[in-house]
Design a protein around this ligand. Structure first.
Ligand SMILES: [Zn+2]
Ligand SMILES: [Zn+2]
Length: 361
């Protein structure tokens, strides 16, 4: 029987809400009924071609749900289990996996090139976006994309763990390695930015500055842990230095993926400060530095993939923070929508509005 899904027919084409047919799960695969799926900026980037993966595709990569059926050889989950989707599974065999840098696994997106479903109306092959095709009532994924959902976390909230929370938490704890008492600036108050703000608070950061183009996100940012809120402008770096004894923050976390924001984030740190870039920008975003300033400031600029997280190891840690009341994935959600609300959620993201939109099935 067909299930409803949001299908991207081609790059830059509008999403279509239509029926898809899923096969019974083959060996090593799992069929899941989705509970919730977050709308992430990467879904927008796939739909407009900033990021490229095979199409037509079912997008959605931040999801949670319940196992309906498992294929041969799947033993770590069973029908009826609640699970969180991991869009970047590690192969365990490539050089990155051997170095224990599973977030850089060379084969993480190999599943994206394999047809996982067909359109119910005309039989067209469909690809699973970033592996898991969560913008659908049900999906079939490799067992490596399935993690048991943590106890004590509402299943709809648990969807957020799969991308925004792992990424924002990891940017602060694994990439920037924020220490107690350090000052942190987070650029971009969307889903990942809100998770980064909460994570900076967990790390014991002293001053936590949130920066966004919209003046409307101040309350949201402050409730996530921001002690200061700035509307982005030409003077953002100067304002941040003024808030930190003319020094600049110890750590900047850039969640926008734009050249100008990366440059401002870097300029907002003190001498020797660290900047972690979480945002995914396009090839046209060129960031420039002169050789003298690189020497003089002694700063570090790092990329960050999926929060440099090892999902199977980190999920229980996040769950512990949630149960203790230190982390609240539900607070990232500013809108609960149905599948047909995804195009409007994309528009809001482009306009810089809101935090996470969550599709609730
Ligand atoms: Zn994402
Ligand atoms: Zn690997």
């Amino acid at each position: 029987m067909a299930v409803r899904a949001a299908v991207l027919p081609a790059v830059d084409a509008p999403l279509e809400i239509t029926g898809i047919d899923l096969p019974a799960p083959g060996p090593g695969r799992v069929r899941i009924r989705l509970a919730a799926a977050g709308v992430c900026h990467s879904d927008l980037s796939l739909s407009n071609g900033t990021m490229r993966l095979p199409v037509p595709a079912v997008l959605g990569h931040e999801g949670s749900g319940t196992v309906v059926a498992v294929g041969e050889g799947v033993t770590h989950v069973a029908p009826g289990d609640d699970v969180v989707l991991n869009w970047a599974p590690s192969c365990g065999a490539c050089p990155a996996c051997a170095r224990d840098e599973v977030w850089l696994c060379a084969n993480a997106l190999s599943g994206a090139a394999e047809v996982h479903a067909r359109r119910a109306d005309d039989g067209t092959d469909l690809y699973p976006g970033l592996n898991v095709a969560a913008f659908a009532e049900e999906t079939v994924v490799p067992a490596s994309c399935v993690l048991p959902a943590p106890d004590g976390v509402p299943l709809t909230d648990a969807a957020l763990l799969g991308c925004a929370v792992l990424t924002g938490y990891g940017a602060v704890h694994h990439s920037a390695k924020v220490r107690p008492g350090e000052s942190v600036a987070v650029f971009g108050v969307g889903g990942v930015g809100l998770a980064a703000l909460q994570s900076a608070r967990i790390a014991g950061a002293s001053t936590i500055v949130a920066v966004d183009v919209s003046p409307e996100k101040e309350e949201l940012a402050r409730s996530a842990g921001a002690t200061e809120y700035l509307v982005a402008s030409d003077t953002t770096a100067r304002q941040i230095r003024a808030l930190t004894g003319k020094e600049g923050v110890d750590v900047s976390v850039e969640c926008a993926g734009r050249a100008a924001t990366i440059r401002t984030a870097w300029e907002s740190t003190r001498r020797g400060g660290r900047t972690t870039v979480v945002g995914i920008g396009g090839k046209d975003q060129q960031v420039t530095f002169n050789a003298l300033e690189i020497f003089h400031w002694g700063r570090t600029l790092s990329g960050c993939v999926y929060g440099n997280s090892a999902p199977a190891r980190d999920l229980p840690v996040l769950a512990e923070h949630i149960r203790a009341g230190r982390l609240d994935p539900g607070a990232l959600v500013t809108e609960r929508i149905a599948l047909d609300g995804i195009p409007a959620a994309f528009d809001n993201m482009l306009a810089g509005k809101g935090g996470r939109a969550l599709v609730v099935f």
